[in-house]
Write a protein that binds this ligand. Structure first.
Ligand code: HEM
Length: 215
C-alpha cells in the first residue's frame, strides 16, 4: 500500500497532475516512440495513437489508481487492473518493459510540470507507479501461465480458410492452425489479437472477438 509519507504528497498533487494529464500523455507517447520506435512494430496500435482519447488511457489510469489509493487505501481497484492486465497479456507485454514505460512517464511528468516536481513529489509518484506496475506484472504472469505461454510465445501463425461476409460491416474469418499446438476452447467474451504485416514491413495489432474455438 501507499506509504504514509507519500499519501499526503499524492493527495496534494493529484489535482495538478489531473489538470495536465492530456499534455503528460502526449509528451509520454512522443518520448516513448522516439526512444523505443520498435514499440510501434506489433505492440501499440497506430490507429489508437491517432485518437487522443486512447492516448489518455495509460497516464489516466495511473491517476485513477492514485485517486483510489488515496480515497480507499485498503482496497486496490481490481476491475481497472484486471482489464488492463487482460489487454497487456493479449499483446505479449513483458515485465522488463515496465521500466521503459516508467522512465518515459516520469520524464513526461517532469517535463510538463517543470520545477513544481520536487524530489519528494517525484518519489511519491514513483511509488504509485511501481505499486501499480508490480500488481499488473503479477496478474499478467498468472494469465500467461494459465494459458501455458510466455510473453514471447503468445504469437502463432494461422491460415485463413474462409471469409464469410455476415453483414455489410461484419466479417467472420475461419482460420485453421498450421502448427502442432492445441487450441484451448474459447471463453465467453474472449478476444484475440491479430498482427498483420503492413506494406512498410512493420506489424499492426488489431483485436477481434472470437465466436468459436475448437481443439
Ligand atoms: C503501470 C504501468 C502501466 C499502466 C498503468 C498501463 C495502463 C494501460 C491502460 C489503461 C491501457 C488501456 C486498456 C484498455 O484499452 O482496456 C493500456 C493499454 C496498453 N498498454 Fe499499458 N500500462 C502500463 C504498462 C505498459 C507497458 C510496460 C507496456 C509495454 C510497452 C504497455 C503497453 C500497452 C499497449 C500496447 C496497450 C494497448 C494500446 C493500444 O490500443 O494500442 N503498457 N495500458
Amino acid at each position: 500500500m501507499l506509504s504514509d509519507k507519500s499519501r499526503p504528497v499524492i493527495q496534494a498533487t493529484l489535482p495538478v497532475v489531473g489538470a495536465h494529464i492530456k499534455d503528460i500523455a502526449q509528451c509520454f507517447y512522443r518520448q516513448l516512440f522516439t526512444t523505443h520506435p520498435e514499440l510501434l512494430d506489433g505492440t501499440f496500435n497506430r490507429g489508437n495513437q491517432a485518437d487522443g482519447t486512447q492516448q489518455l488511457a495509460l497516464a489516466g489510469s495511473v491517476a485513477a489508481f492514485a485517486t483510489a489509493l488515496v480515497n480507499t487505501p485498503d482496497h486496490l481497484p481490481e476491475n481497472l487492473l484486471a482489464r488492463i492486465a487482460q489487454k497487456h497479456a493479449s499483446l505479449g507485454i513483458q515485465p522488463e518493459q515496465y521500466q521503459i514505460v516508467h522512465d518515459n512517464l516520469m520524464s513526461a511528468i517532469a517535463e510538463v510540470l517543470g520545477d513544481a516536481v520536487t524530489p519528494d513529489i517525484a518519489a511519491a509518484w514513483d511509488e504509485v507507479y511501481w505499486l501499480m506496475a508490480y500488481t499488473l506484472i503479477h496478474v499478467e504472469r498468472g494469465l500467461y501461465s494459465a494459458r501455458g505461454v510466455r510473453p514471447q510465445t503468445i504469437w502463432r501463425q494461422w491460415e485463413v480458410e474462409k471469409k464469410i461476409q455476415e453483414t455489410d460491416d461484419v466479417v467472420t474469418f475461419v482460420v485453421k492452425r498450421i502448427d502442432d499446438h492445441l487450441v484451448k476452447p474459447s471463453l465467453p467474451g474472449q478476444y484475440i489479437t491479430v498482427q498483420v504485416h503492413l506494406p512498410n514491413g512493420t506489424r499492426q495489432p488489431r483485436q477481434y472477438s472470437l465466436s468459436r474455438a475448437d481443439q
